[in-house]
Design a protein around this ligand. Structure first.
Ligand SMILES: [Zn+2]
Length: 415
């Protein structure tokens, strides 16, 4: 578990700020009564989170992942076994039950997931087991460190753990690599650079496991990076205490470099929890564990994405995809029927039939970064059409069925 890092240079005042945009677009809020670092998600923001999470799930489902679910608290014993209690006890929110037992809110999900794997013996034929779980985690960050969605006390990891044999690591890494490329590619943020976060041979005391296993694991990661022919940088000493990592670095529209996704190879937790499979010879074989969150946390990813697109989300991701604007009162009935048809056609649409001028309605909708406006006045009512205006300007007047078809195609292709 690594604290999120970024290499963000000092922001310029003209740069988009996700906190301001989040407020203007009504995506999330904070409350003094709930506490700092604990974002509350509005209906629009929740939609956005779910759409992103569904996209990651779609990519995982195709590759054999299954969803699991876990409680948000655990007995202290789980983290003592995993080794996290020692390392992270100061970051934990702790709870004492009425019977005096000590529990903690989960700061990560891996230890819980090991116990799902450990529920029964596995044949090598049943591996890999791939568990996906988007769920909130809690860390008691110092209040001075909290910052919008970039650093919070409650955050949602789009987490997954693969339990597999050493011989399956490479194939599983490549699958996750494809998911990362496909996911970030949709936002024009394909990772260009990979950091090979390896152990520091000068400080073996910082890591668990013997030298041979580390060299084996790092060899696999280096092979994968070589095969993929990407720019790599060596991060000696950047490994987790339990295993080496591939850190994906992507550039946003402002030219800032972010660490966006990580794949970790873990030889330690399977050891501590005694996770095995029965191999071809009928013997117990130690398995390995791969940790991979695609967005990292939905909160942090959104802090990057909101600024990357300046609040103007692609159509498929926009909480409101279209707004119908009536020119005057007498077009209100027709505008309502246009709205109903859009919704029927699977487009997330709203209606502005207020008494404001058309110019003001357009300005307001554009301020909210709504991708498409459908303007209806005398001509549109007469012709049974709507005049479509996108972010790039006026597209033209079309029958509604054509507009819906165009929008649906764009949504389907995630353009
Ligand atoms: Zn994990």
């Amino acid at each position: 578990m690594k604290k999120e890092t970024s290499e963000k240079p000092v922001a310029q005042p003209s740069e988009p700020d996700h906190k301001r945009l989040g407020r203007e677009l009504d995506l999330f809020t904070f409350s003094d009564l709930v506490g700092s670092g604990l974002p509350l998600w509005t209906p629009k923001g929740t939609l956005l989170r779910n759409l992103l999470d569904d996209f990651v799930w779609e990519l995982r489902r195709k590759r054999g992942y299954e969803k699991v679910e876990i409680p948000h608290i655990t007995k202290r014993a789980l983290y003592e076994t995993s080794g996290h209690w020692d390392k992270f006890k100061d970051d934990l929110f702790r709870i004492t039950t009425r019977e005096g037992d000590e529990f903690a809110l989960k700061p990560m999900n891996c230890p819980h997931h090991t116990q799902i794997y450990a529920r029964k013996p596995w044949s090598y034929r049943q591996l890999p087991q791939r568990y996906a779980n988007s769920t909130m985690c809690y860390r008691d960050e110092q209040s001075g460190e909290l910052n919008g969605l970039s650093r919070t006390r409650a955050f949602t990891q789009d987490d997954a753990h693969v339990f597999c044999r050493e011989s399956q690591v490479k194939e599983e890494f490549l699958k996750i690599w494809d998911i990362i490329q496909e996911f970030y590619g949709v936002f024009g943020m394909s990772p260009k650079k990979i950091r090979l976060s390896f152990h520091d041979p000068k400080h073996p005391e910082k890591y668990l496991g013997d030298k041979k296993r580390w060299e084996f694991a790092e060899g696999i990661l280096r092979d994968i990076a070589r095969e993929k022919d990407v720019e790599t940088v060596d991060g000696v000493g950047e490994a987790a205490f339990y295993g080496p990592k591939l850190d994906f670095m992507a550039e946003d529209a402002q030219g800032r470099l972010w660490q966006v996704a990580t794949i970790q190879l873990d030889m330690n937790m399977p050891e501590r929890f005694n996770l095995t499979c029965i191999n071809e010879k009928g013997e117990k074989e130690r398995i390995v564990m791969i940790h991979a969150a695609i967005m990292g946390s939905i909160e942090r990813f959104l802090s990057v994405l909101i600024e990357h697109v300046g609040g103007a989300f692609p159509l498929w991701l926009s909480p409101t995809q279209a707004r119908v604007l009536s020119v005057s009162d007498k077009h209100a009935d027709y505008a309502k029927s246009v709205l109903a048809e859009l919704r029927e056609g699977g487009v997330r649409a709203e209606l502005d039939d207020s008494n404001e001028t058309l110019g003001k309605k357009i300005r307001e909708a554009k301020g909210l970064k709504i991708p498409y406006l459908l303007i209806v006045g005398d001509a549109e009512v007469a012709d049974k059409t709507a005049t479509l205006e996108g972010r790039g300007g006026k597209v033209g007047a079309f029958p509604l069925s054509r507009i819906i078809e165009k929008l649906r195609e764009e949504i389907r292709e995630r353009r």
